[in-house]
Structures are given as C-alpha cells and as structure tokens.
Ligand binder design. Structure first.
Ligand SMILES: Cc1cc2nc3c(=O)[nH]c(=O)nc-3n(C[C@H](O)[C@H](O)[C@H](O)COP(=O)(O)O)c2cc1C
Length: 186
C-alpha cells in the first residue's frame, strides 16, 4: 500500500499540488490522508495514522514548501505520530525498512535555489531535515520529486510533473518485486 500524507491548508486554491494528487489518487494501491481535511482542529488521530503507516510500504509526503519546510499540520503530524518507542528509539521499529518519497511544490523557481539566487541555498539543503526525519525512523529515502515555480509554470509543466509522479507510484509494486527477487538479492 502507498500512503499519501497530503498537507495543503487551502486545497481549493491549490493548483500544483492539486494536479499532482489528482494524477495518482485513483491508483488502486494508493490511500490518501489529507491532513487539513481530516483534522481541521489539528486533533490528529494518532492510532489511525499509525495503523495506516503500518499497512504502508511507501509513505509519500506531498505538500507545498512553506517557509523552507512543511506546512504546520505536517510538522504536528511528525510530532505526534512519529513517537519514541514506535517510530524510533528502543522498540521503535514500526517504520523500519519502509520507503519514503517527498513530493514538494515550491513558489521559488529551480534557479532561485542557489547561492546566488533568492533562496541562497541549493534545494537539497532544505531537503536535509525532512530526509533525516524519515531516516531517523529507519525509512529508506527515495529520490524526491519537486515541482519548482509552481505559481509561474504553465499547465504543460504541471501536467508533466503529474505524469512523472503517477509513473513513479504506478511502478512502485514492480520496484518492490525487483527488490524481493532472488536475482537482485544475489
Ligand atoms: C505561508 C507560505 C510560505 C511559503 N514559503 C515558501 C518557501 O519557503 N519557498 C518557496 O519556494 N515557496 C514558498 N511558498 C510558496 C508555495 O510553496 C507555493 O505557493 C506552492 O508550492 C504552490 O503550490 P499549490 O498550487 O499546490 O498551492 C510559500 C507560500 C506560503 C503561503
């Protein structure tokens, strides 16, 4: 199962994230948790979230980049769901070996994520704390998917990103099968 943790405070105003989500939500193995819809008061049902994570092979974090990080509810989800003794620490093996794919949309264009650009750092510097959150919980970090310049790009670029995202998820069981195959293991 692929669990998409979707965090967008204004899904009706979303253009890029909405297109990405629409491109994959009909895939049979996909389950979507839209956090702002499910928990408008931030009262996250930890047991429900942990149960979904337990069923998942691949966890996707899909959100707009907000202040170089995740939207507030996804940070809160990290805080209350990824608990010591469950996600990390002694006996905290629930997520070990699961895969994590980060899918972010950004207002900044790709060229602005550079020492000489508006955001002054390459994009992978902002990826680091999110990647380490997953890796601290023993998850395998997949190459992220970023759609930069999300307000400025044309419909064709958004559609191309949506197709790429769908391809990644649709191929996912095949990737797992390859990993499990004895030929690869040798
Ligand atoms: C509160 C807030 C903070 C934001 N912070 C950033 C940021 O740090 N870097 C960036 O490139 N874009 C930033 N943006 C722009 C959003 O990432 C962008 O609008 C979003 O990815 C577009 O996707 P959407 O069409 O799904 O809303 C911010 C937007 C808001 C509202």
């Amino acid at each position: 199962m692929i669990l998409i943790i979707h965090a967008h405070p204004y899904p009706q105003r979303s253009r890029a994230g909405r297109a990405l989500l629409a491109a994959v939500r009909d895939l049979p193995q996909v389950e979507v948790h839209s956090l702002y819809d499910a928990y408008p008061d931030f009262d996250i049902d930890v047991a429900t979230e942990q149960a979904a994570l337990t069923r998942a092979d691949l966890v996707v974090w899909l959100h707009p980049l907000y202040w170089y990080s995740v939207p507030a509810i996804l940070k809160h989800w990290f805080d209350v769901v990824l608990l010591s003794g469950w996600a990390y620490g002694e006996g905290g093996d629930a997520l070990r070996g699961k895969h994590c794919l980060w899918v972010a949309t950004t207002g900044g264009r790709a060229s602005s994520f550079a020492e000489t650009g508006t955001h002054q750092l390459p994009f992978h510097e902002f990826e680091a704390p999110i990647r380490q959150t997953a890796q601290f919980c023993g998850m395998v970090w997949e190459p992220p998917l970023a759609l930069h310049g999300a307000q400025a790009v044309g419909e064709d670029e958004i559609a191309a990103a949506a197709v790429a995202f769908r391809r990644r998820l649709a191929a996912w069981p095949k990737v797992l099968a390859d990993e499990d195959s004895p030929e690869i293991a040798r």
